[in-house]
Design a protein. Structure first.
Length: 338
C-alpha cells in the first residue's frame, strides 16, 4: 500500500496490464495496486506494441507501468505517435535497467514524470520508491517506508557511503519472504544472519540514495578485474544503429573470462565501429568487449528480462565460429521459442 501511495495511484488511474500478472510486478505492483486505490486495470492477454498504442489512445490510459523492453517496442512500432498517448500522465518502469536512449526518447515524446522503481519477488515488490520532490526524469530510489535495505559485502555490516557491495534486506521485515518452498538449500544461501541477499550490487551515495550497478551474477571477471555487464551495455548502446545490447563473460584460458557483446542492429554495422564507441567513452580498456556477436533478437523470459543463461547457451554453441572478415561480427539466429 505504501508503494502505491508513494506512486500516487488513485481512482483517476487507468493502467494497461502490460506486465504479466504471474510476475510480482504485474500482480502486486500493477493489478492489486490499481484496484486497491479504486483505479482501473485493463488486462492484456499478449503484448503487441501496435495494439497497445491503439488501446492507450482508445481507453484513455493514464499510467504506463512496464519494463524497458515494452517501452522500446512501443516507441519502435509504426503505430506510435506522441499525440496518441496524450492521456498518459505518468510512466513507471521496473524489472531491468533502462537504456538511456530509450529514456531520452520517452522524455521527449511524452513530457511526463518517468519513475524508476526497484524491488524483488522476495520482498513483495518495491524496495525503493521515487522522491516526489524530484524534477521530471529518472528519479533515484530511497528506502521504502515499510522496508529497510543496506548495501554490504557482509550481511551484518553495512559498508560506508560510496563503497560498492551487495544489496541486502532485513529479513525480519513483514514483507520479506521467509523461505523458498521445499528448497532449504536455496533459502540458506539467500537468508544469512537475518539478512536477505538480493544478488544486486550497488552503493549508497553521500546523500543516502541507493545506486544500483548491476547483478553480482552478471559480473565478469577478466584478468582479475571485475566488469559490470550493464555498464558496458550502456556504452555500446550509444551507437544509433544498436537497437539493444547484452554483455556476458565467456570462458577464456588466458583471462578467465572475456568480455563479449551481443547486439541487435537496425542497419549494417561493424565491430570496429562499436569498439571505437568504447574507446571514445569513459570505459576502461579492460572493460572493452573482445568478441562481438550480432543476433536477430535477445532471448527473454516471461518478465521480458534478457535471459543471460539462454544467451550463454547460444554463445557456447557458436564459440568456435569465426567472425565475418568484413564486419568483425559472428552472426546467428535466436529462435523465437527461446
Amino acid at each position: 500500500m505504501s508503494t502505491q501511495a508513494g506512486l500516487r495511484f488513485g481512482g483517476h488511474n487507468n493502467l494497461l496490464g502490460l506486465m504479466p500478472i504471474h510476475h510480482v510486478i504485474g500482480f502486486f505492483g500493477v493489478f492489486l495496486g490499481s484496484l486497491a486505490f479504486n483505479g482501473t486495470w485493463i488486462p492484456v492477454t499478449a503484448f503487441d506494441p501496435a495494439q497497445a498504442v491503439k488501446w492507450i489512445e482508445e481507453l484513455d490510459v493514464t499510467c504506463l507501468f512496464a519494463s524497458p523492453t515494452h517501452f522500446d517496442a512501443l516507441l519502435a512500432t509504426s503505430e506510435f505517435a506522441p499525440e496518441k498517448l496524450k492521456s498518459v500522465d505518468s510512466v513507471i518502469f521496473a524489472g531491468a535497467a533502462i537504456n538511456q536512449s530509450i529514456l531520452k526518447r520517452l522524455e521527449k515524446c511524452l513530457q511526463v514524470p518517468i519513475v524508476d522503481i526497484y524491488g524483488t519477488t522476495e520482498t513483495m515488490n518495491s524496495l525503493f520508491n521515487p522522491d516526489a520532490t524530484q524534477e521530471r526524469g529518472l528519479r533515484p530510489g530511497y528506502h521504502s517506508r515499510v522496508q529497510f535495505a543496506s548495501v554490504s559485502e557482509s550481511p551484518s555490516v553495512a559498508l560506508p557511503a560510496g563503497v560498492e557491495g551487495e544489496l541486502v534486506v532485513d529479513a525480519s521485515a513483514d514483507a520479506t519472504f521467509t523461505h523458498y518452498l521445499n528448497n532449504p538449500e536455496a533459502t540458506a544461501a539467500k537468508i544469512v544472519d537475518g539478512w536477505y541477499r538480493t544478488g544486486d550490487s550497488g552503493y549508497v551515495d553521500d546523500s543516502g540514495r541507493v545506486i544500483l550497478t548491476g547483478r553480482i551474477d552478471d559480473m565478469i571477471n577478466t584478468g582479475a578485474e571485475n566488469v559490470h555487464a550493464e555498464e558496458v551495455e550502456q556504452i555500446i548502446s550509444r551507437h544509433p544503429a544498436v537497437v539493444e545490447a547484452a554483455v556476458v563473460g565467456l570462458p577464456d584460458t588466458r583471462w578467465g573470462e572475456v568480455v563479449t557483446a551481443v547486439v541487435v542492429v537496425s542497419e549494417p554495422l561493424t565491430a570496429d565501429l562499436l569498439d571505437q564507441v568504447c574507446l571514445d567513452s569513459e570505459l576502461a580498456n579492460f572493460k572493452r568487449p573482445r568478441r562481438y556477436f550480432v543476433v536477430n533478437e535477445l532471448p527473454r523470459n516471461a518478465a521480458m528480462k534478457v535471459s543471460r543463461r539462454t544467451l550463454r547457451e547460444y554463445l557456447g554453441a557458436h564459440a568456435a565460429d569465426q567472425p565475418n572478415p568484413e564486419t568483425g561480427f559472428i552472426q546467428f539466429t535466436i529462435e523465437e521459442s527461446q
